[in-house]
Ligand binder design. Structure first.
Ligand SMILES: C[S@@+](CC[C@H](N)C(=O)[O-])C[C@H]1O[C@@H](n2cnc3c(N)ncnc32)[C@H](O)[C@@H]1O
Length: 351
């Protein structure tokens, strides 16, 4: 199980705060506090937050990790669907209803357009890759600004991609199967890297973000949209059984370690949540960073966390899959609960 790789010896030293010039270098120390700009729902920058991370201050000696979750992310969380094989089967079934069931509750067109705004899709001729593009819901937002022929949708699920192929505005996009942690694009290839709602299934998110850095051109921008970790105990329980819900500071840390500059995080969420984040969000933030130099990322990583060619015990696989899927079902109910609350509680009052 890939989670077993997330042990103490694999962790990177963390960076001590966000500075516009600061790279997250292997071997630096982390002193507990992390500062970074957060853009709120109203597009205004929230005054610099001091997010106290639980990361311990540890001495960095030999730190070339296989996978790289922060110290604040306990290795013990099961996260049954945070693996490529499970994600493959999960989307084998979910793809049938994805556009009709998942998007209306968690990922509306309005949220998508809000989340893509920091990607700065300012030129129709830009080369864009949409990684974990699935049924093409986010790509539909991208092709409003960029010519479809310049956009590549990549996903590991042929079932999700089959849905994207049916969409008329995406007819000219290149659609390919592939792995977010090992992208089939040359170094310095794209002007924009977009990935929405996919990081939560990557066994090694840092590796995927390092790949984002590699495939971008000098000055290119990555825009990664993903979940945020719940603070309410029941939601946190189910989230941690299902998949990876990173904390905001973890996104920033992964971007900085990959070598990105001008890293920013914009909070997003369905409007009927009225800004509530305690239940976590499947699409909770849009993180952007700019590639400051051509070539590969300065970060070095060891071999991939998950070997998909390795045989698995079918009984254990099924058990993990079923438990993970049950946990996922909780997050179908949460947006309905929040929607009802929004209807019942008078406007202007907290929910
Ligand atoms: C929640 S869907 C998001 C789809 C789309 N981006 C959207 O906005 O609707 C997550 C997608 O990530 C894909 N995925 C998961 N792990 C992946 C990996 N390692 N490489 C490529 N795609 C992956 C899944 O197959 C799925 O289509």
């Amino acid at each position: 199980m890939a989670c077993s790789m997330f042990n103490g010896t694999d962790k990177l030293a963390l960076i001590s705060g966000f500075t516009p010039n600061g790279l997250g270098l292997i071997g630096s120390d982390f002193h507990g506090k992390m500062q970074f700009p957060i853009i709120g729902f109203d597009n205004k920058q929230i005054p610099k937050l001091d997010l106290v991370s639980n990361a311990r201050n540890f001495k960095a000696k030999t730190l070339i990790p296989r996978c790289s979750l922060a110290e604040s992310r306990p290795a013990s969380q099961p996260r049954f669907i945070q693996h490529k094989k499970e994600a493959f089967w999960f989307y084998r079934f979910l793809s049938i209803v994805y556009d009709h069931v998942i998007n209306p509750g968690h990922w509306t067109e309005e949220m998508r357009d809000e989340a893509l705004e920091p990607a700065d899709l300012s030129d129709r001729n830009m080369i864009v890759v949409d990684v974990g593009g699935g049924t093409g819901f986010t790509t539909m937002g991208i092709v409003k600004h960029v010519d479809a022929k310049n956009v590549t949708i990549l996903d590991q699920s042929p079932h999700q991609l089959a849905k994207a192929k049916e969409k008329e505005p995406l007819k000219e996009c290149k659609i390919i199967e592939g792995d977010a942690e090992d992208l089939p694009f040359p170094t310095d290839y794209a002007d924009r890297y977009v990935s929405a709602g996919s990081i939560e299934y990557w066994p090694d998110p840092q590796r995927g973000i390092k790949e984002a850095y590699r495939v971008l051109k000098l000055g290119g921008k990555a825009c990664l949209i993903g979940p945020v970790h719940p603070t309410f105990w029941l939601s946190r329980f189910f989230a941690d059984i299902w998949m990876l819900f990173p904390k905001e500071e973890e996104y920033i840390e992964w971007f900085q370690k990959a070598g990105f500059k001008d890293v920013q995080l914009k909070r997003i969420g369905p409007k009927w949540y009225r800004g509530v984040r305690r239940h976590g969000l499947i699409m909770g933030c849009s993180v952007t960073g700019v590639k400051p130099a051509s070539g590969d990322s300065p970060l070095q990583l060891g071999p991939k966390a998950e070997d998909v060619s390795k045989p698995v015990n079918p009984f254990m696989f099924l058990l993990r899959f079923v438990v993970g899927s049950i946990a996922a079902a909780y997050f179908v109910l949460v947006p309905i609960y929040m929607w009802l609350k929004d209807k019942v509680v008078p406007k202007g009052r907290p929910i």
